[in-house]
Design a protein. Structure first.
Length: 360
């Protein structure tokens, strides 16, 4: 486990890039009323598991102490479950933080970022904050990452970002394509595979690949299937040297002990992921089938979100649904007629169908 002292981090403070240029509004939505159906931020409608909530309660009594032992225990448990070394696991205040740090660490004004579009915007925003070049490559015909085009986009790239399953489409990129990216990316660059949504699907994880590749970083989060978005806890998995390059930006900025204990309880619950995965798949597939039956095209999602071609400016559909207190995701510039929808609970998905049928 990487351990960077707070004193060393403070000494570096003056040299760190200013992050204020990022679009913080995307990460900090205004409070909403309880009667609203929130299908706009890929959050879990179920929240932390019962075991995780109990662990959070137990952590209150110990909150006067720094939570480093719990951080190391979480890294050790995840490593043991994945068959990797403990020092391959770094703990961060959300995988979004680790992703931003990766962009700051691996790109520069001479070594750019290559990513897909549409995909998660945070890497682009972080790269733009330090004036690193960004090459966005369209998804292929199956809405997967077009790896050959990404490899050709910037021979001097410092980082390739691949979200699998992809946000916002929920679509998969094959392990073979990811291995191609790892084998043929620009010399000296780092491949970052964001697996925030991997637990919703049957696709194999890339986590174990770090045993053989020192230029691969894999991100995981407790925000999605574990229902802990507000707890801000994520993992970065890679060679210790890569983790050290991230840690200087916020390695001591670990979450509260309550988040760490809840995460450990979640990992120890052998039934949790399977149950939530099956429930999500059923509701997602039922909703997509309902939409297709009405003539709408949807992405082939393996995640807790999907996209719909609404055949008109998506902003209007979003506004009309919001008028009925059903909030769905924002619009991506390259797909102006597509709307992203998060999979909620059964009652929420019924509310979505009713509102959608009335407005589209």
């Amino acid at each position: 486990m990487v351990r960077v002292s707070r004193r060393s981090l403070l000494a570096l403070g003056a040299a760190l890039p200013v992050m204020g240029q990022l679009n913080w509004a995307l990460a900090s939505p205004a409070p909403t009323k309880s009667d609203k159906v929130l299908l706009n931020y890929n959050e879990s409608p179920y929240g932390p598991s019962d075991a995780a909530r109990q662990a959070m309660q137990r952590a209150i009594a110990a909150s006067g102490r720094y939570p480093y032992p719990d951080m190391y225990a979480l890294a050790a448990l995840f490593a043991q479950q994945q068959g990797i070394a403990e020092d391959n696991v770094g703990v961060f205040a959300g995988s979004m933080a680790a992703l931003r740090y990766a962009v700051l660490a691996f790109t520069s004004q001479t070594r750019g970022l290559v990513m897909a579009t549409p995909s998660y915007e945070v890497p682009r925003q972080a790269a733009e904050s330090i004036k690193a070049p960004v090459q966005e490559v369209n998804l292929d015909a199956q809405h997967a990452h077009d790896v050959p085009a990404m490899l050709a986009a910037d021979p001097q790239a410092g980082m390739l970002y691949l979200c699998n399953p992809n946000n916002p489409t929920g679509t998969l990129t094959s392990p073979e394509a990811i291995r191609q990216a790892l084998a043929h990316k620009p010399k000296g660059s780092v491949l970052v595979v964001d697996e925030a949504y991997i637990d919703f699907c049957d696709a194999p994880s890339c986590v174990s690949w770090v045993n053989d590749h020192d230029d691969l970083l894999v991100l995981r989060t407790f925000s999605k299937i574990y229902g802990m978005a507000g707890a801000r806890l994520g993992l970065a998995i890679g060679h210790p040297a890569l983790l050290e390059r991230l840690a200087v930006f916020g390695g001591d900025n670990v979450p509260a002990g309550a988040s760490l204990l809840a995460a450990r309880a979640s990992l120890e619950d052998s039934q949790l992921v399977g149950q939530r995965k099956a429930r999500n798949a059923r509701l997602r597939d039922e909703t997509i089938a309902w939409l297709k039956g009405r003539g709408f095209t949807c992405t082939a999602s393996h995640s807790n979100c999907f996209m719909i071609d609404v055949k008109r400016p998506a902003e209007r559909v979003i506004e009309r649904l919001a008028a009925q207190n059903v909030l769905v995701g924002r619009v991506w510039k390259d797909w102006p007629q597509w709307v992203r929808v998060t999979v909620g609970n059964p009652q929420e998905m019924q509310r979505f169908r009713d509102a959608f049928a009335a407005q589209v």
